[in-house]
Design a protein. Structure first.
Length: 153
């Protein structure tokens, strides 16, 4: 089974997410809430449920893909090089993955909406592919694909 959906959100670097004492910044909390609320769209929520209901930790693993879409002028400099504003790829994966898989967000209430995510330990992710892509639009987006695979002994 494979699920796929897009979240309209600017990538958020783990480097900008925390204070020195490991508390999330206000900006990071707002980003997380917006991301989690977008997961509650009817079609996305149903995909989360379908995959979660099929998943069995003794039978399955996960393959995950993230495509981070950037406006062209954010990903590239005027000279055509990769911009510093595009952030390190591994630093922008972490918060997305936490939002999608951590059980502590499942059942949390935001603006009167009970949040659902995959609620599967991310240790079951055996394949992770991430990439940054420029597009002509003026907004950022994150396309997410999660595939349920059989566990091979």
């Amino acid at each position: 089974m494979k699920v796929s959906f897009t979240i309209k959100a600017k990538p958020f670097s783990i480097n900008k997410a925390y204070y020195k004492n490991r508390q999330l910044t206000q900006e990071a909390r707002e980003w997380r809430e917006d991301f989690l609320l977008q997961l509650q769209q009817t079609t996305v929520r149903q995909q989360l449920r379908d995959l979660r209901n099929l998943f069995h930790e003794e039978k399955h693993v996960l393959s995950v893909q993230y495509v981070f879409y950037y406006p062209h002028d954010v990903l590239y400099t005027k000279k055509g090089a990769i911009s510093k504003r595009s952030m390190d790829l591994t630093n922008i994966e972490k918060l997305v993955q936490d939002n999608l898989f951590e059980s502590r967000y499942n059942g949390r209430e935001i603006n009167g909406i009970t949040i659902e995510n995959f609620d599967i330990d991310d240790k079951f992710i055996v394949s992770l592919l991430s990439r940054k892509v420029a597009h002509a639009r003026e907004y950022h987006a994150i396309h997410i694909t999660v595939e349920l695979l059989p566990l091979k002994s």
